[in-house]
Design a protein around this ligand. Sequence first.
Ligand code: SAH
Ligand code: SF4
Length: 355
Amino acid sequence: MKHHLLGLLPGEFASIFKERFSEPGYRASQVLDQFYKQRDPDWESLTSAPKGLRRELAEVFSIELPAIADKRVSADGTRKYLFRLVDGVKVESVLIPEEGRYTVCFSTQAGCALGCRFCATGRGGFKRNLAAYEMTGQVMAIERDLMVRVSNCVAMGQGEPLLNPEESARAFFIFNHKRCFGISSRRLTLSTAGIAPAVRELPGKKIPARLAVSLHSARQEVREKLMPIAARHPLPELKAALRHYTDLTNNRITFEYILLSGVNDSPADARALAGFARGLPAFVNLIPWNRVAGIDFEPPDERAVKAFAGRLGELGLEACVRKEKGSDIAAACGQLTQQCDTEYNIFQRPDGETW
Ligand code: SAH
Ligand code: SF4
């Protein structure tokens, strides 16, 4: 099987090159650097290598990107992409443009096995893990399509990154490496539903990313109902793992907290959340639930959201309300499935944006 250039760190590429080719090592550096400079998945464009070498390289390495099967653009500029991977499996990614920033929400698995009650991805079941090159490939394919450079990557698309830990970590190292995507670790985020043993292992892995934890309730009985995985890793176990993580890394964590009317938005829920976060360097992202067809929750109204945030503030816990993007095209958090099932939209390149 061929190695994929987008799944290799520069040192790894160089050593495979050295093993397989009798050419000098600087040739490998030239090819890799030109690839990341141009971000063009066509061997013919890698002119720093002589034609013959390009042909031989193409026999050992692949550079193709996931195929764009569909894309849609939201009224707020958010774009959703449906990618077809080499074996026909489909995944979605989302691009969120904001002043001076392009954030890609990428998938780490096709589908998800964790079955959270509020999440469209969870309802669709699990298909397979993605390889690192399929994660980095989502980002590069979007960059090419829009002719922009992505500034932030968050593993908040489909799937649970800590159930595909090796490949997800590899993708973050490649996003971060200055000879690859060169994105600062402050602009990379790994989001987990709370796989406590894998959280404990994170400090040792030194993954260049911030950590976000999908909490959604700090009351065990409520959290278990919303997220079946919570029964396997109860809140005390999760908190101990998070303390271990913050002690060793000095990183602040983000709690993601979907607000569901009448389920997790009472004053008692706010107190439980503040209690859980006590002693951890953390802040809370409140997310009014995005509707998913066939799921019977209700997001609270704006007043209730503000009241909940206010209560957290009074309890000494910093919280902000996440402005939802792309909900009209089902591109908002938790609305990703394996198909864009509504009409295709004409895609427009934003004015003045270039490489
Ligand atoms: N599996 C990981 C990462 C992907 S989910 C995780 O759960 O953290 C990304 C975020 O979207 C999570 O915080 C998830 O809880 C949230 N989410 C899922 N469904 C949602 C919905 N319908 N509305 C708002 N947020 C949702
Ligand atoms: Fe999976 Fe995250 Fe959705 Fe839960 S919220 S089903 S962990 S993708």
